[in-house]
Write a protein that binds this ligand. Structure first.
Ligand code: FAD
Length: 390
């Protein structure tokens, strides 16, 4: 047998078919050419200056809503979509967030719960990257417990009037359309809100130390008047936003491992050439123990992601199973990134290397789409039948 490949020591690539590997290669090449050379600078400046051009380019490679069918979407499998998320996040979690929020949250909400008119109006433009979408669920006082949201919508004749405030909204100020969740007399409902609607403003959130190459904004809704047809007709209640979040979490199960892979590969390259005490630091047992643990966790995580992806493609993925993936893979990814940072020593804290950027990005990934604690409680409930959320 030939020696194992350090980049794929368990031979997991053999478990993907040619089309899956082709999607991976396309996204990997796109990231290497169009984002990787610039992203450290965007991160340092705390902006994504070419987000609109980038969105058009992402549209051209079919990245937006790629796992959705029709309306200009690529109709890819769950595993193909997962591999794309991994490659985007191997570049930067902010890039993967742009793609996830667009495809898995905003487009998915319209695709799953929207009227035919809403789908026709928004999905083709969003798939092409001509319109960016955002997803407003979290509020200043309601994060892990979104069911307690205060934002509300009242009927005024046939119109709706929305009032409230959403916080930490990815893509907010660059979006053309916001999917906003609000309480109504009938229960929580989703609204498709063009962002030029009077009464809606989207101030950016500054001073982030994480996901700096990603736009994060508030959505302030002050007497926003919408026509009757702005409501998503297909769902009433928290099942709406929670179903969308399940989609985006699935992408994170894969994506987080991309950040981990970049850090591990950076540390391996670094340790091979960095010498201390007369030899490469890769030759010290303590460094090798770190590499062994990181590789074991990265490739176990990949097997878990692939297992969940195959179940999703078979229509058998339960949301609680996604919690296993989100909890484990983000937790292990952040650990891999932090350990890689130690191997780079002082260089580990420099933006000259991608490692610290990924470490701080994953702090957001640990928190959004359900914190680690929430996923722990979901799994706890699934195992015991007892709810420990309150
Ligand atoms: P809280 O809910 O206040 O939680 C604080 C801590 O308490 C956490 O550790 C939490 O796990 C813990 N906790 C809470 N309840 C319990 C409990 N019952 N038992 C044990 N521990 C508990 N939201 C959107 O709607 N759209 C977006 O596009 C979006 N993008 C984001 C982008 C970034 C960069 C970030 C950082 C966040 C984004 N979010 C978005 C918001 C994100 O989903 C929330 O931050 C997340 O749900 C957690 O809510 P919170 O920050 O209010 O924390």
């Amino acid at each position: 047998l030939a020696p194992i490949d350090p980049r794929d020591p368990l031979g997991i690539d053999d478990l993907f078919d040619a089309e899956e590997l082709a999607v991976r290669d396309t996204v990997r090449r796109f990231c290497a050419e169009r984002v990787a050379p610039y992203v450290a600078d965007w991160f340092e400046r705390g902006e994504m200056p070419t987000v609109r051009e980038l969105a058009l380019e992402l549209g051209r490679i079919g990245a937006f809503g790629m796992h959705l069918e029709g309306y200009g979407c690529a109709g890819a499998s769950a595993v193909q979509y997962g591999l794309a998320c991994l490659e985007f996040e191997a570049c930067d979690s902010g890039l993967r967030s742009l793609v996830s929020v667009q495809g898995s949250l905003a487009m998915f909400a319209i695709h799953r719960f929207g009227s035919e008119e809403q789908k026709q109006e928004w999905l083709p433009r969003m798939a092409a990257g001509e319109a960016i979408g955002c997803f407003g669920l979290t509020e200043p006082d309601h994060g892990s417990d979104p069911a307690s949201m205060r934002t509300h919508a009242k009927r005024d004749g046939t119109d709706w009037i929305l009032d409230g405030r959403k916080m930490w909204i990815t893509n907010g100020s660059v979006a053309s359309v916001a999917v906003v969740w609000a309480r109504t007399d009938e229960g929580v409902r989703g609204f498709v809100v063009p962002t030029d609607t009077p009464g809606l403003s989207t101030p950016d959130i500054h001073h982030k130390m994480s996901l700096r190459a990603s736009v994060t904004s508030e959505l302030v809704l002050d007497q926003v008047r919408l026509p009757a047809e702005a409501v998503l007709p297909g769902v009433v209640g928290m099942r709406g936003p929670l179903t969308c979040l399940g989609e985006a979490r699935y992408g994170i199960v894969w994506g987080s491992l991309g950040a981990a892979r970049t850090c591990l590969e950076t540390a391996l390259d670094y340790a091979a050439t960095r010498e201390q005490f007369g030899k490469p630091i890769a030759g010290f047992q303590l460094t090798q123990a770190k590499f062994a643990d990181m590789a074991v966790e990265l490739h176990k995580g990949l097997l878990l992601a692939l297992h969940l992806g195959r179940r999703k493609d078979a229509g058998k993925l339960h949301p609680d199973q996604v919690s296993f993936g989100k909890l484990n893979n983000v937790r292990e990814a952040i650990e891999i990134c932090r350990t890689s940072r130690t191997i780079l020593g002082a260089n580990g804290i420099s933006l000259e290397y991608p490692v610290m950027r990924h470490v701080t990005n994953l702090e957001s990934v640990l928190t959004y789409e359900g914190t680690s604690e929430m996923h722990t409680l979901v799994i706890g409930k699934a195992l015991t039948g007892l709810e420990a959320f309150r």
